[in-house]
Each structure stands twice: as C-alpha cells, then as structure tokens.
Unconditional design. Structure first.
Length: 360
C-alpha cells in the first residue's frame, strides 16, 4: 500500500513541478494575468505540498517496514546459529572429555608398566653385576694359575739343565706343554682383541709382498694377513705353537726364528714383523735379528717390531730377558741400513708398548 501511495505522490509532483501560465512571465500582459490568476498559483502550491507530504510519509512507512522485517528474520537466523553452535560445542566437549579419559587411562597403564620395567631392570642390573664380579674373579684366578704354571715350568727348565749324577737323574718333560700359549693370552688378552689391534698394522704391510713373522704365537696376525690376502710365513721353536697354528691352517717352520730368517733369500720379503719377541732376545740376538731383516727385505720393505716399555708390568712375561729401549732399537735399524725409522708409543692394559716401523 505504501508503494502505491508513493507512486501516486511522485506522479502528482511531476505534474505540478512547473506552473503553467497562459502567457510568458516576461510579458507585461503576462504579469498582469499572474495577478489575476493568483488563486491558481495557491492551488498549485497546495497540491505540491500535499504530494510531497504523502511521498515522505510513504517513504517513512517503506523504510520502517524494510527495517522491521529483516531484523526479525535476522534475529531468527542468529538464534538458529547460536543453537547450532551450542550443539556443536556440546558434541566437541563430549568427544574431548572422552579422549582425555582415554589418555588418562593409557597414562596410568604406562606408569604401571614403567614401574614393572624399572623393577625388572633393577633385577637384571643386579644379576649383571653379580655375573661381572664372578667373571672378574674367575679371570684373576685363571691369570694366577697361568703365572704359577709358568713359574713351575721355569723351575723344571732349571732342574733339567742342572748338573746331576746319573743316579739322581730324572725325566723332566720338555716345555712344549702350551705354557707359552697361555702366557700369550695372559699378556695380550682375548684373541678378538688381539686380532683387532693387529689389523691396525695392515696399511704398513699391504702391497709389499710376503710377510715373515717371528713366533706367531696364537696366529692372530696370520689370520689378519690371510683375510687381507697377504702371504705370510713364520717360525717357532715351540712345537705347541707350531701345532696350534697348523690347526688354524698356517704352516710354520719348527726352528729358531733367527735361523729360519737367515735361510730366506735376500731381498725376497715385503715385511718382517715381531710382536713381543725383541725383549726375549739377547743383545747379540736382537742386533742379528735386525740385520737379517734388513738383508731379507726388498727395497721398500718394512720392519715392524712391537715391544713393551720398561715398567712394573714388564716382568709379567717370565720369558722376557730385559726391556728394549726404543732409542737403542732405532739405532740398530739405522745402522742396518733402514732409511726411515718411526717409533710410536701406545697404551695397553699390561703396560705401555711401543712400535718401531723401519722402511728400506
């Protein structure tokens, strides 16, 4: 209804927007006629005012209606949105509380498992400590037994070589009873550890040719050389050492290492090695060993000697005569004709050791 009234008022305003006179107002006659037609002008003004008022009222009603209706619909929609938001939040809170409850349950279970694991780990640690303590006791007892056996064997050697009458003569077994192998384990430790330590010397001998090792003992160095594809030979006077290495697949010459080295062709070896051998030689024997090594090595060959440094632990080896000083051994190597001589000292559980590397 307001829209119809507004349209009618606009039509009326359009009709009365100009005053229609019979003559132009600039004419004299026209001005006279305007005075005569003032009533018509008053009527026009009234009609215009009425049309303007109706138009304004109609616009007011329309604006009022347009503001009222959308506000009501908007309020309804807002209420629906609030209800939906409350429903969503209620569902989310329910799921959140359920998840929190589940996590609390799992956390409690984990705490119980952790307590059980801690108790079990504590028992395991106690058992490991007991086993390690027992192992240490057994290792110490084994070392003591080996040392006593070595001392007994030395006493038997002295008894064997003593001057006695035929009536007092007794039969004493030879020293080929494996005591040197037991001493080797006492001095060097487990075979795996020795093999790993010997492997550090591979770069020194690789690509040089055959290696001669004086008294390979338990064969750890030979095993390292075999894995690297390096040929090796050796010698030992002890039949037990020869037999032990034969069981590992290494054929040794059962003879004095110096005599065996003297039989090697000149300039035919790539390296000569000796581990815990130099300290068992006399001064003359050590000088001879270094000289024979120099004669048997080809150009570029290497002499590798490892020996313990003088100290309290030196006397653990019952077959060692005296410590070899690195400076003296360097002097022997340089006198024998070795061009490059290097000495390196390193730690060991039974005392420090040094390694001399001399190159032709």
């Amino acid at each position: 209804m307001s829209e119809a009234r507004l349209a009618d008022a606009l039509v009326r305003l359009d009709q009365n927007k100009e005053l229609r006179l019979p003559l132009r107002s600039r004419d004299l006659l026209g001005r006279l006629m305007m005075r005569l037609l003032w009533r018509r002008q008053v009527k026009w003004q009234i009609e215009t005012n009425l049309a303007t008022r109706d138009a304004v009222n109609s616009l007011s009603e329309i604006l009022h209606n347009q503001h009222q209706v959308p506000r009501a619909e908007l309020a309804h929609e807002v209420q629906q949105l609030q209800q939906a938001d409350q429903n969503i939040m209620a569902g989310l809170n329910q799921r959140l509380y359920a998840a929190i409850g589940s996590l609390r349950t799992e956390l409690g279970d984990l705490r119980l498992q952790l307590v059980d694991t801690g108790l079990h780990a504590e028992k395991v640690d106690q058992r490991l400590d007991a086993i390690e303590s027992r192992l240490a006791e057994l290792t110490a007892a084994a070392r003591d037994a080996r040392q006593r056996n070595a001392q007994v064997d030395l006493a038997l050697d002295q008894f064997r070589h003593a001057d006695r009458t035929d009536a007092d003569a007794v039969t004493v077994p030879a020293r080929a009873n494996g005591v040197e192998l037991a001493i080797a384990e006492l001095l060097d430790g487990p075979v795996d550890h020795v093999r790993a330590a010997r492997a550090a010397h591979l770069p020194v001998v690789e690509g040089r040719g055959t290696v001669f090792d004086a008294v390979p003992w338990r064969g750890e160095w030979f095993e390292v050389l075999r894995e690297a594809g390096i040929p090796a030979v050796g010698a030992s006077e002890n039949p037990s050492v020869v037999k032990h290495n034969a069981e590992l697949g290494f054929r040794l010459t059962e003879a004095d290492p110096l005599e065996a080295l003297s039989q090697v062709d000149k300039r035919s070896l790539g390296a000569v090695t000796a581990f815990r051998f130099a300290e068992r030689l006399s001064a003359e024997g050590l000088a001879r060993f270094v000289g024979l090594a120099a004669e048997s090595l080809r150009p570029g060959g290497v002499l590798l000697v490892e020996s313990p440094v003088a100290g309290p632990e030196f006397h653990v080896d019952p077959f060692a005569l005296r410590p070899v000083h690195p400076t003296y051994l360097r002097f022997l190597a340089e006198s024998a004709g070795f061009a490059e001589v290097e000495v390196e000292q390193h730690d060991h559980p039974l005392g420090a050791r040094f390694t001399l590397t001399a190159r032709m």
